[in-house]
Design a protein. Sequence first.
Length: 281
Amino acid sequence: MEIKNYHKIDLIISGIIVIASVFFLKTKFFILILSFGLITGIAPFVFSLMNEAKIANEKERMFLEFVRNLVESVKVGTPISKSIINVKDKPYGVLGENIEKLANQISLGIPLNKALQVFSKDVKNRNVSRALTLIGEAERAGGDIGEVLEDVTESVRTTDKLKKERKSAISTLIVQGYIIFFIFMGIILILQFKILPLISGITSPTAGATIGGGAAAPITGDLTKEVSSSFLYLLLAQGFFSGLIIGKLSEGSIKAGVKHSFILVVISLLVTSIANLFVPS
């Protein structure tokens, strides 16, 4: 992912908010302000990853349409180089500029195999690059390019179909993953705001005891805050790793799980912050 200017600006704003949260360190607003600062810094990167994933899927879909058009042209006897030039003006969405560049290179006399290599580097998509390599090798070896294009079309179509089927089949597990996390979060909140205050007055058998057998001291407020912080860290860790697992199961990629991790972590921070403000402890 390319770091752009708006990423840097958001990081600066995030840093300012995080630093400002220090002034509220001993108040209930600390976690809320700190959370807002962290979310401000992380959100642009997550949205960029989500947008990249969306563009990658669009590239594969448009490439499939491009190859289909080539198959139709090649099947009637038109050479593949001429076919690419003939179909370049059709709408190909995010691949439009890349296909036009490919056609222009061929028009200038650049060998097809080299032009396809440039096209592959520009597109930066693993499935598309694999298909382009097959087309280039078939053209160089002098095989039946029409048949190869049909095989490539079928391969891309099958890959896309398997992705959709996998995502559909695993959707129930995604919902279950979110439900399990919300149940876990509910348990943590009950422990933090209901159970912990009840035991905070329980005396410790060793705390504050003197050599002469002095009375035991109750669990201190500092210890209560320390345990509460541990609950928050546990909740954030659970949300982060649960999101990665959900992404791996649903889309076969840890990178795809970043958006789920972000959603769960944001929910954890916001719910915990609001609970700290309004739930008496």
